[in-house]
Design a protein around this ligand. Structure first.
Ligand code: SF4
Length: 933
């Protein structure tokens, strides 16, 4: 049976979060598949909420779909319940956009972000009808490729991947498409040969590992003479040559990162010795701030978002972070768009940055000290001092945060009990920087050595040792009254095995998948018992993979280059042992790691001329950057280290230079010299940060015009049908909120610091039910005709949501839900009818209506509760041969779901009635008597 929308929707009625599988988001690309030459599945082996949050996948989706000859669609891992249903109904895994089975695509490109998604990758291929092993695939089967950080050691997946892309994908992806389209579709080996000629592409089948009798790997050799012994990664030398992202898919479901991300730079040269991303994404490539601002304008316009994220490995280190934040805040104040930084190192946190972050992060603040002792920080190359961390905490608490989470690692090379105790001591000192009401949590994960880092040769602590160190910390932190969170020891153990694994692990992976392992990174889903069985069945001793490696040993990824030379990594390892720090090459001198060729590939930064190493790209920003640099640190001030060095090299203080027209199109009043002088005297804040980030008033997204009280209120009756019926109530709030923003309607906001757009929704509709009469009231800061509001909004709503009626409502009228007294639902019964036309249904309806009471279980957030449902039912009858209508009362205590009621009345499983088509056709206001309506 083909997998069509009807089949999908019948199954979705039985799963948790059906919105994961709909593919009806605004921004999703629609093309006619018959008019393209190539179909590309962008696959992410995680559940929708994580997959849809990933920026890399979104960028490739945008780039690929610019080609007229290619259609790229998305395929994500189905959660366990949906996988079981697909198997039960013998249905394949399909794409979100066109429900095309995975096996019908020409290319499937997986994003590999985390080793514990590998069983999901196998599940997706298997469920999609694609032969698992590359050797089993015929010419008509899809080409299976992968990229992402795990691609830098893809050996455990070598049996399953046809090709692997090392490094940046934006330019290589076009070459992959061209090579595929040029292939004559006869012999897969010809295609793989063509791919292997593209820089950055590794074809595992063309490289053969050789093992000694002891089991030790002795070489990985190319199988034919034309292949390079070392596959070089792909680098986009200048991010500014890439087109700006046009397509933004706006999820209808709550996802991990719902706000659009703007990549401000790629790579990081701080050199933390445990961090793989800091080595494989070198060199540092900053994006021109003008393009960041242009991208932000576009993202806000097309998504209607309230938040933007400036994304990179360490956004606090982006040369232009302060002026860009200032400019963004000024530009979007009227639209109430806030900007956040997701990852910020302790030593890049300037007070001005903290002020900015405070506007978005309202719940808690997270810092990543990584290690508890200075000794250990020197080893891992973390440049901050204990005093800096405590000062950062003091500022965080003084800005109003009450909860601070500190990330640490245990099991770092050379760790002693004193280093562990240092975690508890440092956490206690941080807690002491706040008041008694402040809460500090030490969140601890186990260090996993990663390929292409200086620590790739070090041992990983095993399960027992992890648990022992966790117990030690639990005790020490508890003694100091601090909270402790820890990463699951089993997950780190598995991660460590696959992180530095070799090709032999493919057998264990397949065995684990066949035994039922899925979603291994999810504590609730991971089946460690099955993994143990898989290792035992395939004769693999997992602890062998955690051992230390010898410096002259052949490593499974030695034939793959992350850009940084092995010699450099060994030098860094030696420096770790000596506890020596290595300078940041974007600020100081090059240390010749190997990542740059200094012709096309080198650090690209937008800094003040002469202030840093690397090529100067910042002519246009010199003006404001010099103003920034003119102010030296005040005694006791706390600024990024790189910034101190930069300041030391620049002209003397007092020189006044006008603000650049680039970053402040209309210079704000506080950019005047008078303001600069005034700021000079403020202890703890350098003039630079003061000037760049401006005062909090100027930055706050709270323009006075938008604090205006509501002047009009419009009631919209809307229809929710088709795939939109799977959008949950909370998600619907976001969908409408963004649609209003995109429509640029003057929505009024509540008063207060964290002002919210003013809407009033009617009662929530059960997920899966359609409706002709949903209600939302919107308050407007400017009076507009209801028809104008409806027309502007209609163009911004996703498929399945449409406005059917609008009216002006007095501002003080009670909210719609308090005026409603009941609803009429129409339920399709066709699937319940048997030979006698459903007489049994009539009989049970009659019996129910004669009862004075009807006790049934109702699902509530606090768990199931018995209620008497009889008084809630005003009418229940068959209408026509295959449907029923139910009129349900609705009051202050709510009502009951029509399908749950029907299940109880007909004595059926709730899963059966939840799969029936349901439509709310009428709302009753005032008199609850349906006959009177
Ligand atoms: S080659 Fe030099 S400048 Fe380039 S990333 Fe390495 S250390 Fe930095």
């Amino acid at each position: 049976m083909p997998f069509d929308r009807q089949t999908l929707e019948a199954l979705l009625a039985r799963v948790d979060k059906p919105g994961r599988y709909l593919g009806n988001e605004r921004g999703a690309i629609r093309k006619d598949p018959s008019r393209v030459r190539m179909r590309f599945a962008l696959a992410f082996p995680e559940v929708y909420e994580i997959a849809q949050s990933h920026l890399g996948l979104q960028l490739l989706y945008d780039l690929l779909n610019r080609r007229a000859d290619v259609y790229a669609e998305r395929v994500y891992a189905p959660w366990l319940d949906f996988e079981a249903l697909l198997r039960e109904h013998d249905q394949p895994l399909v794409s979100l956009e066109t429900l095309t089975p995975l096996s019908e695509f020409h290319v499937i490109g997986f994003s590999l972000q985390y080793e514990l998604t590998y069983t999901n990758l196998l599940m997706m291929l298997d469920l999609g009808g694609v032969p698992l092993r590359t050797a089993e695939r015929a010419p008509r089967d899809p080409l299976v490729i992968a990229g992402g950080p795990c691609a830098f050691n893809p050996e455990p997946l070598a049996d399953f991947l046809d090709a692997v892309l090392l490094g940046d994908g934006e330019q290589a992806i076009d070459e992959i498409c061209d090579a595929y389209l040029a292939w004559d579709q006869r012999d897969r080996t010809d295609l793989l040969r063509a791919l292997s000629r593209i820089q950055g592409i590794y074809v595992p089948r063309f490289y053969e590992p050789e093992y000694a009798t002891t089991g030790r790997l002795v070489a990985v050799r190319p199988t034919s003479p034309g292949l390079p012994p070392l596959v070089e990664k792909r680098v986009v030398p200048d991010l500014n040559t890439l087109p700006l992202q046009e397509t933004h898919v706006v999820p209808n479901l709550k996802v991990v990162h719902a706000r659009p991300s703007l990549e401000v730079m790629r790579g990081c040269v701080k050199g933390c010795r445990f961090c793989q991303a800091g080595y494989i994404y070198r060199p540092l490539r900053e994006r021109d701030p003008r393009r960041v601002l242009a991208q932000a304008e576009h993202a806000v316009a097309v998504t209607g978002t309230e938040d933007l994220t400036l994304l990179s490995l360490s956004t606090g280190d982006y040369s232009c972070v302060n002026p860009v934040l200032t400019d963004l805040m000024n530009r979007f104040a009227a639209q109430r768009v806030a900007v956040s930084l997701p990852s910020t190192r302790v030593d890049s946190l300037a007070p001005a940055l903290l002020e900015q972050i405070r506007r978005v992060r309202k719940t808690g603040f997270t810092l990543a000290p990584e290690a508890g002792s200075q000794r250990m920080r020197d080893i891992i190359q973390k440049e901050y001092s204990e005093e800096e961390l405590i000062e950062a905490a003091r500022q965080i608490f003084s800005l109003g945060w009450r909860s601070l989470k500190l990330y640490f690692m245990i099991g770092l090379p050379g760790e002693t009990e004193a280093d562990l105790a240092g975690i508890a001591d440092l956490s206690a000192k941080v807690a002491a920087a706040g008041s008694r009401r402040c809460e500090v949590t030490a969140s601890v994960s186990t260090f996993v050595p990663r390929p292409h880092t200086p620590f790739q040769w070090t041992a990983q602590i095993d399960l027992a040792e992890t648990e022992a160190r966790q117990s030690f910390l639990r005790r020490e932190l508890h003694r100091r009254g601090l909270r402790f969170k820890w990463h699951d020891a089993g997950a780190s153990f598995l991660e460590g095995i696959f992180s530095r694994g070799d090709r032999r692990l493919g057998a264990a992976l397949l065995a684990a998948y066949r035994l039922g392992c899925r979603f291994d990174g999810w504590t609730d889903a991971c089946r460690f018992d099955l993994w143990k069985r898989a290792f035992a069945e395939t004769g693999i001793e997992p602890r062998d993979y955690l051992r230390r490696r010898y410096l002259d040993e052949v490593l499974p990824w030695d034939h793959l280059s992350g850009g940084v030379s092995k010699a450099f990594l060994q030098t860094e390892l030696a420096r770790a042992v000596e506890r020596k720090l290595t300078p940041d090459c974007s600020v100081e001198r090059c240390t010749y790691c190997g990542a740059c060729d200094f012709t096309d590939v080198r650090n690209v930064t937008y800094h003040v001329k002469g202030a840093r190493g690397g090529e100067h790209r910042g002519k246009i920003i010199d003006n404001w950057a010099q103003v920034t640099a003119n102010s030296g640190p005040q005694p006791g001030s706390w600024e990024p280290r790189g910034w101190h060095r930069l300041q030391a090299r620049l002209p003397s203080r007092g020189q006044k230079i006008a603000a650049s027209p680039l970053l402040s199109p209309s210079p704000p009043p506080h950019s005047s010299p008078a303001r600069v002088e005034e700021a000079d005297g403020r202890a703890g804040l350098s003039t630079a940060d003061e000037w760049l980030s401006a005062s909090s008033d100027a930055l706050a997204p709270t323009g006075a015009a938008h604090q205006a009280p509501a002047r009009a209120r419009v009631r919209l009756i809307y229809r929710k049908c088709g795939r939109a019926r799977f959008i949950g109530h909370l998600e619907l709030v976001d969908v409408f909120s963004r649609a209003f923003r995109r429509a640029r309607l003057p929505v009024a906001y509540s008063q207060g610091h964290h002002a919210k757009a003013r809407f009033r929704f009617g009662p929530g509709l059960p997920v899966g039910a359609e409706s002709d009469c949903e209600v939302i009231d919107v308050y407007l800061a400017e009076p507009l005709a209801p028809e104008q509001v409806a027309a502007a909004l209609a163009a911004q709503l996703p498929d399945g949501l449409s406005i059917v009626e609008t009216t002006a409502v007095p501002l003080r009228e009670p909210s719609p839900d308090t005026q409603m007294t009941g609803f009429r639902y129409r339920i399709g019964l066709a699937s319940l009818l048997n030979g006698n036309g459903g007489a049994w249904i009539d009989e049970r309806f009659t019996r129910f209506l004669q009862l004075p009471r009807f006790i049934m279980s109702k699902r509530t957030p606090g768990g199931p509760r018995d209620i008497d449902a009889r008084p809630l039912v005003m009418r229940l009858e068959r209408t026509g041969s295959d449907a029923a209508e139910i009129d349900l009362r609705f009051g202050p205590t709510g009502s009951v779901k029509p399908t749950d009621l029907l299940a109880a009345v007909l004595e059926l499983d709730a899963a059966v009635t939840r799969a029936l088509p349901v439509r709310k056709t009428h709302c009753f206001y005032g008199a609850a008597d349906p006959q009177a309506s």
